[in-house]
Design a protein around this ligand. Sequence first.
Ligand code: NAD
Length: 491
Amino acid sequence: MSRDQLVVQRARKSFQTGNTRHLEYRIHQLEGLHRFITERQKDIADAVKRDLGRSENAVDLFETLGLEGDIKLAIEKLAEWAAPRPVEKNLLTLLDEVYIQPEPLGVVLIIGAWNYPWAITLQPLVGAIAAGNAAVIKPSEVSSHSAKVMEELLPLYLDKDLYPVVTGGVSETQELLKQRFDHIFYTGNSTVGKLVMEAAARHLTPVTLELGGKSPCYIDKNCDLTIACRRITWGKFVNCGQTCIAPDYILCEPSIQDRVVEEIKKCIKEFYTDNPKTFEDYGRIINQRHFKRLMALMEGSTVAVGGDSDETQCYIAPTVLKDVTETSKVMKEEIFGPLLPIITVSNVDEAIQFINEREKPLVVYVFTHDNKLIRRVRAETSSGALLANDCLVHFTVSALPFGGVGNSGMGCYHGKHGFDQLSHLRSCLIKQLNKEGVNSMRYPPHTAKKLGWARFFLLKQVNVCRLRRMVLLAIFTGLAAFLVQSFLRRR
Ligand code: NAD
């Protein structure tokens, strides 16, 4: 038996003991995960520093803070999320118990990516644990230091049979994918996403694919360009642009292009000094392969800001490219690095058309004071999320489902969405073995009269809460009328 087979088998056996059915058990594991990210903050920060050159505070802000929030929310809300969810009934089932029961799926495979190696790998784990699953965790081999720390330290805080960490590269991931899982949660590029889906199809395993794409950012010429460019500069260059939801490119009218360049230039200086290379809050490209890929993407475009690089350090300065066209190299794939192209369009109609001619992105960004314009962009485009007048922050709202659509992915997570995504939402209808008369309309012989009754009973939806409120209201009204009458009679 191979290592992967053993690991998955062990996780399944542990799942089958039924321990994870108990909410206290899940909470205990979530607390363990919380202890891990707080007690091992230093190990995590060191690993990310070595992988991506990020500063310690930035690790807290971009890796563990959101994770901590998600864990706390799951602990607080678990009883509510896991409870039966009553649903509206029809007249036929009015006297029955009808509800949705969230149940664990079984063994989940979580395949992480390297750009936020902790947040991206452990946040799906929060949903998996909360929903009562076992989970095999496969961190990205590209962020090798983080993967190593995860493999060594996480098992000290979690049940190591239920939540094993498997490290390794492409071939190890492919081996893992041959195993049977009950759900696969993959984060990474769309090409591998298709391979993951293919492997999952062999076992009819459902998948969540958190992919990427080119997220456009439209800037309205009448908006406050200083504030808009500040927020865009932050959203683009944080983690050296290696953020799945970073604005990939700017669309704006030619009349504001130069001002946009100037404003972004000012912000780069403000955030990262005159020399980002030596500034601790500006990181590095993950490896030479990506460095070379990014340098090649720049070819043929006009550099308006930045552009310098150092291959020995995998350093590329925050860079703005102007007068970019749709045929430029940089527009051929997701950039995923610190290059920000500006493409000019004559108006918002052209911007919308430009967006719609391409794959559906993770986010559509729009910067404007005009609410009508925001509503229009929302109505006429499609993406995982729509964000107006800011970047990235929708990621922090646990109540919003985080995920893509079309080429940018399928399924979602964060907060309760992560719990639901990794649960089976089981339909339950509990009837009593009496009141058989009600059922006669469905038994043969079928007649027009019975059909009439069936139509009436089946097509009437009953909102039990509203019905209860109406009955209570009727009782109160009756009571009030009675009291008023008795009072009047006494006078
Ligand atoms: P990556 O190279 O780390 O790959 C991700 C995982 O896929 C790794 O664990 C790796 O082992 C596995 N893998 C790679 N090639 C494989 C193959 N041929 N067969 C099986 N498994 C394989 O990460 P990446 O793909 O470079 O990540 C960057 C992409 O991920 C970008 O497109 C980015 O937008 C996207 N992303 C999306 C999100 C999101 O939440 N939607 C978050 C982060 C990154």
